[in-house]
Design a binder for this molecule. Structure first.
Ligand code: F6R
Length: 234
C-alpha cells in the first residue's frame, strides 16, 4: 500500500482528482465511485477541473434498499447532485435498491461489473472497517449482495436523516471480490473517527472481521489520509 499523508480533506481531494486524471491519461475507461462525506472533496476538484469524462463509464459501490432515487439521502441523488449534474459521463451505473425483485437487481449488477472491469475504484472506510456496505464478517469472496446494516453503521449514517428510525436498514452493495478486481484502488480517510479503522486496515491482521484489511492483498492501493486518520499508525 502506498500512503499519502495530506493536511486536510481538501488537499486529499486534490490528490484524489489527480489520481483520476492520471488514470484517465493511462487509458482508464471505467471508474468505481463511492458516496458519503469522504469522496466529496475529490468530486469537487473533478467538477472544477476541465477533465473530459465523456467516454468514461462509472459504477457506484452501493445504494440503500427502498429509498427513492430522488430522496435526498439516496446515493442516486448524491451522485447526481455532487458529480453527474456537472460532469458528463458516457454511462453511469448505481445498484437498484428500488427494484421490487432484489435478486434480479443483484444479477443485473453482477452482469454490469462483468462487462465493465473497473480500472480505478475510489473508496471511503466505515468506522468499523467496512468498504462499500460490506460490513464486518462479509466473505472476501462476495459479489453483489443485500446487506443488513449494522447498528454502528446505522448510527453513523443517522446524521444525514431526521430520525435514526428513518435510516434504511438494508443496502445493496458490490462485494469484496468485486472491489478487489479493480486494477487500482484509492481509499481516502479523514478525521479522528477513522483512525482505529485505518490502523486495523493497514497494520492489523487480514481478516473478514475488518473488511478493509483485504486491501493489504491488492497490488495497487493508494491510501490518502490526514493526520487525524493516521494518528494511531505506528
Ligand atoms: C459509500 C460507501 C461507504 C462509505 C463509508 C464512509 O458509498 O461505500 O463504505 O465510504 O461508510 O462514509 P463517510 O465517507 O460518509 O464517512
Amino acid at each position: 500500500m502506498k500512503i499519502i499523508k495530506v493536511v486536510n480533506q481538501q488537499a486529499g481531494g486534490q490528490q484524489g482528482s489527480e489520481i483520476f486524471e492520471a488514470a484517465l491519461n493511462n487509458g482508464a475507461k471505467t471508474f468505481g465511485l463511492a458516496t458519503g462525506s469522504t469522496p466529496l472533496s475529490t468530486y469537487q476538484h473533478l467538477v472544477a477541473s476541465n477533465i473530459d469524462f465523456s467516454k468514461t463509464v462509472t459504477i457506484n459501490l452501493d445504494e440503500y434498499v427502498g429509498l427513492a432515487y430522488d430522496h435526498e439521502q439516496s446515493y442516486h441523488y448524491f451522485m447526481q447532485t455532487n458529480l453527474f449534474a456537472t460532469k458528463k459521463f458516457a454511462k453511469s451505473f448505481i445498484p437498484d435498491g428500488m427494484n421490487a425483485n432484489l435478486e434480479q437487481a443483484i444479477k443485473n449488477y453482477d452482469g454490469i461489473l462483468a462487462n465493465n472491469p473497473i480500472d480505478l475504484q475510489i473508496l471511503g472506510i466505515g468506522e468499523n472497517g467496512h468498504i462499500g456496505f460490506n460490513e464486518p464478517g462479509t466473505s472476501f469472496d462476495s459479489h453483489t449482495h443485500i446487506v443488513d446494516l449494522t447498528p454502528s453503521t446505522i448510527k453513523a449514517n443517522a446524521r444525514f436523516f431526521e430520525n435514526i428510525t428513518d435510516v434504511p436498514t438494508q443496502a445493496i452493495t458490490m462485494g469484496i471480490a468485486d472491489i478487489m478486481a479493480a486494477k487500482q484502488i484509492v481509499l481516502l480517510a479523514f478525521g479522528r473517527q477513522k483512525a482505529q479503522a485505518v490502523k486495523a486496515m493497514i497494520e492489523g491482521p487480514i481478516t473478514e472481521t475488518v473488511p478493509a484489511s483485504v486491501l493489504q492483498k491488492h497490488v495497487n492501493v493508494v491510501v490518502i489520509i490526514d493526520d487525524d486518520a493516521a494518528s494511531l499508525l505506528r
